[in-house]
Design a protein around this ligand. Structure first.
Ligand SMILES: Cc1cc2nc3c(=O)[nH]c(=O)nc-3n(C[C@H](O)[C@H](O)[C@H](O)COP(=O)(O)O)c2cc1C
Length: 210
């Protein structure tokens, strides 16, 4: 079977201007709830795209850990590649693809760190092994081999035990959206695309060609 012959007819329900919420956060929450109800394997997995100050892009998957009216929150290592890119160019894009629902959501905007308190609270809620790993792993740095990584993890686990505190270089970011697009697959590739853009503090809604 050739890759080019992989094809799927989208049957998706329609996404109509008359039915969507005026606020993209409300619309996102609706779709996210539907993704939860559909029991998708990882509904909160999203692609995070960042770029260097020169504009060279990079992308990876991270987990959405919170939504509020200020934005979309994820956690990572501030010294990682993405962390370095965000320090120099604090803008990013998030992308959800909910295959089974024939849906895609694209979110773009500025990024800032969440408060230390917010990061502490989330860090404390993580399983102990994940906390030890966050301390032990210099994310995105070269490591000599697997054994070196496991040695470091064992050292941290033995040294810190249950008391493992959030290291200053690990925490959350919040992306404040300036644009949110909802894409619904439709027959004959005539998909629905509704784009919310923030203009002078208000969300305006438009439609894009598929
Ligand atoms: C399903 C899935 C979820 C992930 N969630 C996170 C996450 O929440 N935070 C994180 O830092 N990395 C997460 N990763 C790992 C990242 O994709 C990536 O390898 C790591 O963050 C380093 O990226 P960077 O070198 O571009 O900074 C996840 C990977 C997968 C496949």
């Amino acid at each position: 079977m050739s890759i080019a012959s992989l094809r799927r007819e989208y049957m998706g329900e329609s996404l109509d201007e008359a039915d969507v919420a005026a606020d993209p956060f409300v619309q996102f929450q609706r779709w996210f709830d539907e993704a939860l109800r559909a029991e998708l394997p990882m509904p909160n997995a999203m692609t995070l795209a960042t770029a260097t100050a020169e504009g060279a892009p990079s992308a990876r998957i991270v987990l959405l850990k919170g939504i509020d009216h200020d934005g979309f929150v994820f956690y990572t290592n501030y010294l990682s590649r993405k962390g370095r890119e965000l320090a120099n160019n604090p803008r990013a894009a998030l992308l959800f693809h909910w295959t089974e629902l024939e849906r895609e959501v694209r979110i773009e905007g500025g990024v800032e760190r969440v408060s230390a308190d917010e990061s502490d609270e989330y860090f404390a809620s993580r399983p102990l092994g994940s906390r030890h790993a966050a301390i032990a792993s210099p994310q995105s740095e070269p490591v000599a081999n697997r054994a070196a990584l496991e040695r470091k993890f064992a050292e941290v686990a033995a040294g810190q035990g249950d008391a493992a505190q959030r290291p200053a270089h690990w925490g959350g970011y919040r992306l404040r959206p300036a644009a949110v697009e909802f894409w619904q697959g439709r027959p004959n590739r005539l998909h629905d695309r509704l784009l919310y853009t923030l203009q002078a503090g208000h969300w305006t809604l438009g439609r894009l060609a598929p």
